[in-house]
Design a protein around this ligand. Structure first.
Ligand SMILES: [Zn+2]
Length: 484
């Protein structure tokens, strides 16, 4: 996507906007003197029996005398970025639905307000015009070609925002691909191409290699596929200068049937999106690379499918993980923690300062926090606190759950060192974290994100597509916070 950005420091007037046909006016609590189209807005508010301050909850779109269209939204100072993103998404949608060539964004208020709101509006606009996979033969998209910002001139040219949009778009595009277009074989080829494009070091552990290494947990899931195309892919971004070393880990189940514990149709629907965690990790890696952030990043993708078949793993199988622990299989649909277990061991053996993993892991997380937010669990309390702040800074809501040792007794097995999960009671998202924590070596600090909000009907926060790339913005802020 090539988008021309023009910035005008001067506050917009009706005259300066005369050639604009699609205008987003981002206002603040006080009514701006000489606000463009004030009369038209006033009439519309009167007609709908609402007031200026209601634009803080419901944006309004009006037709302009020149045949153009304008949306008005008020972003109150007290609003969190998530709420601002949501309001901006609603305000800009009627404008973007017309597939304009140019979009004008007008910001008002003091310098800080203008900067925050211009960045938020620019993000919401650009993330929602990104091209996403579609296989409809008559779907024609006219791309947005220009954004004109009035009222604030940023020295940064929105480089950070553009990087985030690129990461988010990559994440969504991969996640939306139908499963026959993103098998592990195809996914691995795509990742290899990305590595070349961005200059990442690339290495792959395929199934024969993994068997030799003894990654029995990962292998148990991969063995059910024909061809045996599961693999752990390892990418590295290494800038000239870096103060910290962080590892990203992502769950990349290209399709999850549930295995022998087969999912019913209603729950198998959409299971090609079970690789979203790996796409989030790739999105973060891409955004960090585009910004050339001074951090060494390792990225570990656990790519496989969870199939049913004569060679697929079964309930009560006992397998031995890379770290030597034996695992009793309890539910073949809990494959995410299996592929992640060995991947976390590999990541932790390099002793990074922190591991951040991303996975669409449990149904119980969605039960706990719905699809409006995602949950995190960390083996360090301060990491969980940082995560909530990073989520706030990104406009992606994060809820922290405890990591309590006494839950381990629920995973006691009669035959192996540990049970994969339990069939009793709730809290599977916390059991999953306790399980995965056992495979981290060298006591590396670790934050696990269970992406319950990866897909929300009608969009979430800034993003209007159901698959919303949640986690890329949060992960970026998390890395910025860790290297600060
Ligand atoms: Zn599953």
């Amino acid at each position: 996507m090539s988008l021309k950005l023009t910035q005008y420091a001067a506050i917009s007037s009706e005259k300066s906007l005369s050639s604009e046909k699609h205008i987003l006016l981002v206002l603040h609590e006080k009514v701006e003197k000489n606000m463009p189209f004030a009369k038209i807005l006033d009439n519309k508010l009167k007609r709908s029996k609402s007031e200026y301050k209601d634009l803080n909850k419901t944006p309004i779109t009006v037709e302009l005398p020149n045949g153009g269209v304008a949306s008005f939204v008020v972003l109150g100072k007290k609003l969190k970025l998530f709420q601002k993103h949501t309001l901006l998404r609603k305000a800009v949608k009627p404008l973007l639905d017309e597939q304009p060539e140019a979009l004008a964004i007008c910001v008002f208020g003091d310098e800080t307000t203008k900067e925050t709101n211009a960045c938020a509006a620019y993000y919401v606009a650009t993330v929602n015009v990104a091209e996403l996979p579609s296989r409809k033969k008559d779907k024609k998209i006219k791309p947005l070609k220009a954004i004109n910002v009035y009222g604030y001139k940023a020295a940064h040219d929105y480089d950070y925002v553009n990087a985030r949009v690129a990461g988010n778009t990559l994440c969504r595009s991969l996640t939306m691909l139908p499963p026959n277009e993103l098998t592990p074989t195809i996914y691995r080829e795509k990742v290899k191409k990305l590595a070349k494009q961005y200059g990442w070091a690339w290495e792959e552990f395929d199934m024969p290699k993994l068997k030799k290494m003894g990654t029995g947990a990962f292998y148990a899931v991969g063995q059910g596929s024909n061809p045996l195309d599961a693999a752990i892919v390892h990418l590295t971004y290494k800038p000239k200068k870096s103060t910290k070393h962080i590892a990203l880990v992502g769950k990349g189940i290209c399709f999850d049937t549930g295995g022998h514990n087969l999912k019913p149709a209603k729950y198998m629907q959409g299971m090609h999106e079970d690789m979203n965690g790996s796409a989030v990790a790739l999105g973060i890696l891409t955004a960090v690379t585009l910004q050339q952030l001074p951090v060494k990043l390792d990225c570990w993708l656990a790519i496989a499918q969870n199939h049913i078949g004569p060679l697929a793993y079964k309930q009560n199988d006992v397998v031995k993980a890379l770290n030597g622990m034996t695992i009793e299989i309890v539910h073949t649909d809990a494959e995410g923690r299996m592929v992640l277990a060995d991947t976390l061991t590999l990541a932790s053996r390099q002793k990074p300062d922190a591991i951040l993993d991303y996975a669409t892991l449990t149904g119980s997380m969605a039960v706990a926090v719905t699809d409006r937010m995602s949950g995190v669990i960390a083996n360090r309390e301060e990491l969980a606190c940082k995560a909530i702040e990073a989520g706030d800074a990104a406009g992606e809501r994060i809820v922290a759950f405890p990591y309590e040792e006494d839950m381990d007794s629920d995973l006691d097995s009669d035959i192996a060192d540990i049970k994969q999960c339990t069939l009793e009671g709730g809290g599977d998202h916390m059991h999953a974290a306790r399980f995965m924590g056992k495979f981290i070596e060298n006591d590396v600090a670790w934050l696990h994100t269970d992406l319950s909000s990866s897909n929300r009907k009608g969009g979430l926060g800034a993003v209007q597509s159901d698959v919303n790339g949640f986690g890329v913005g949060f992960g970026l802020e998390m890395i910025k916070s860790l290297i600060a």
